[in-house]
Design a protein around this ligand. Sequence first.
Ligand code: ZN
Length: 500
Amino acid sequence: MSDALQQLKTRLDDIANINSAVGVLGWDQQVFMPEGGSETRAGQLSTLSRIAHEMFIDPEVGKLLATAATESNGADYDSNDASLIRVTRRDYDQSTRIPAALVAELNHHSTMAHPVWVKARADNNFKLFAPYLQKTVELSRRMAEHLGYTDRLYDALIDQFEPGMKTVEIEAMYDDLKQSTVPMIQKIKDRQDRANDDVLRRFYEEAKQSDFAVRVSRELGYDFNRGRQDRAVHPFCSGFSRDDVRITTRYDQHFLQAALFGTMHESGHAMYEQGVGADLPKRLATGTSLGVHESQSRLWENIVGRSRAFWTHYYPLIQQVFPDSLGDVDLDTFYRAINKSAPSFIRVEADEVTYNMHTLVRFELENEMLDGKLDVMDAPDAWNAKMQAYLGITPPTDTLGILQDVHWSGGLMGYFSTYTIGNILSAQLYAKAIADVPSIPADIGQGKFSSLLGWLNTNVHAHGRKYMPQELVKRATGEPLNSRAYVQYLNTKYGEIYGF
Ligand code: ZN
């Protein structure tokens, strides 16, 4: 190994160590830290993040990268060394293009905007938040100008979350989804008597929910020797290395779905992090993008966890845990309850049919505002019109409409479409997995998940960040990202439940 590459690796490992310490502090903040510790913790996090950032954008890293690239010229594209140099070059160019002053301005903006958004949402007062949303749009435009793009402003923003992904590709994905989903939502809306989730709102004792969810999570393949589960206000997954990946869950004793499916969702994220190749350099030893990450959580939560096969195995077991609440409910009623679909106002509560129309509303609005085609003051009306067009409902208030998400108050744009990339990719990957390993559906019906997890390990997880999302999808499935498998999945599943 060249001297430059060795020096580069040492430095990148140091930076990765600092960043994973930041991760541990962030996890502690949400799980154990007393409220009084907030200010001290904010200071610790900002100091460590700044040190890691400064170490990374140091011109010395640029020099080492250039020398290492020359010296390893001709190395196998798939090798860890060539991948490390390639990925780090991308990260480095991206990080050094954003001026420190703009980062500071963004941080300042989100600190100021967040409490205003909280108040605006509580008071249903969009006007209060409008100047801050305007500022988010302006800062996002400036960010895009610094990052660079050839076609669309949004290209630069999505690139931070889905490296290499283009706005036109996302538009094509949504066009297909819109065509098939809008009529499906209407059909389901007219057949609401075919599923209801009342049984999930009976009483489910928290401790029993926790035991059952952890049991399922363990059986799916989440390794608790290298992980743990705790309670937190917001469910999340946080990995500090492949050998320490933790998840959190929240409980509602009168809504069984929250903890059970939330745990499967976070376990999906965690198994991705636990599955990255043990030989990968630290910088590459994590998921490659938000969308690919979400494909893993959605696959386990929805395609596996909300399937009839899965509950054929688990339903008798969960009935034993909650005999008072589920003893008189048959499998079919339960299956329909956990898959009930209906248009609703709030994205995070949306089911798998309607969910993508929520992110589409945001994707279109972000693009229209960034491109100057939509004035921020007109955004609530535009939001409501799109909700009516795609979901057939109009939010009665902005609190239930444009003010519901935290993201824009954090100065973030370009993020929402990654959720939908995850959804459609979950089905695309699953379709290829069962084509390669036909026993997978039957295995799931017997509570065995190693055939599916093994396929995901080999084709997705093991690569870490070596490949960009589109590259990884092409390698794993033989096709570019597309919504065909997802649409087919929805049609088959919901056609059967709702009878169309
Ligand atoms: Zn997720």
